[in-house]
Design a protein around this ligand. Structure first.
Ligand code: SF4
Length: 171
């Protein structure tokens, strides 16, 4: 027993450190998003996340935007609890039949001007769930989509770049 305890104490970490995105690049992207949102909206960007049937992989990456590492609230990116307070709907997953009506109602409850961003390969064309009897399929089959951010799942940097492109494009 003692032998194993000593081995455990002396052995280094078996995991590798995660890859670190460039802090400077992240700060630059965040500032670009904040600038674009203030120019186009006059305030920070309010986002309502809608899980329309995802495996939660996309949610984990979206959630990472708010963690202590990325901390994108410092650039004025806000997640809101109601579609009535949102500028952007961030929709994930192949839309399941059970979530179709909820997605439509969320879209209708969001005030104009509004943008819909479909996040992940499932939201683009059903991804690995395409053809399932339980799914409607792409988000664009249910509500109009302004931007697709591909990936399974897309990482926070890809999400940020997509949001900047969206706000920049907005008239
Ligand atoms: S795109 Fe990938 S991570 Fe996102 S919901 Fe589909 S399977 Fe999950």
């Amino acid at each position: 027993m003692q032998k194993f305890l000593f081995q455990g104490l002396l052995r280094g970490a078996l995991t590798e450190p995660p890859p670190r995105p460039e802090d400077a690049m992240l700060a630059e992207l965040g500032q670009a998003l904040e600038r674009a949102a203030r120019e186009k909206l006059g305030r920070s960007l309010a986002i309502r996340e809608v899980d329309a049937g995802s495996c939660n992989g996309c949610e984990l990456e979206i959630h990472a935007l708010s963690n202590a590492f990325y901390d994108l609230e410092r650039f004025g990116l806000r997640f809101v609890a109601s579609p009535r307070h949102a500028d952007v709907l961030l929709v994930t997953g192949p839309v399941t039949k059970n979530m179709k009506e909820a997605l439509e109602r969320t879209y209708n409850a969001t005030p104009d001007p509004k943008w819909v961003v479909a996040v992940g390969d499932c939201a683009f064309d059903g991804g690995v769930f395409a053809g399932s009897y339980a799914c409607v399929g792409a988000v664009s089959q249910v509500v109009p989509v302004d931007l697709h951010i591909r990936g399974c799942p897309p990482d926070p940097v890809a999400l940020l770049k997509g949001l900047i492109a969206l706000v920049d494009k907005a008239g």
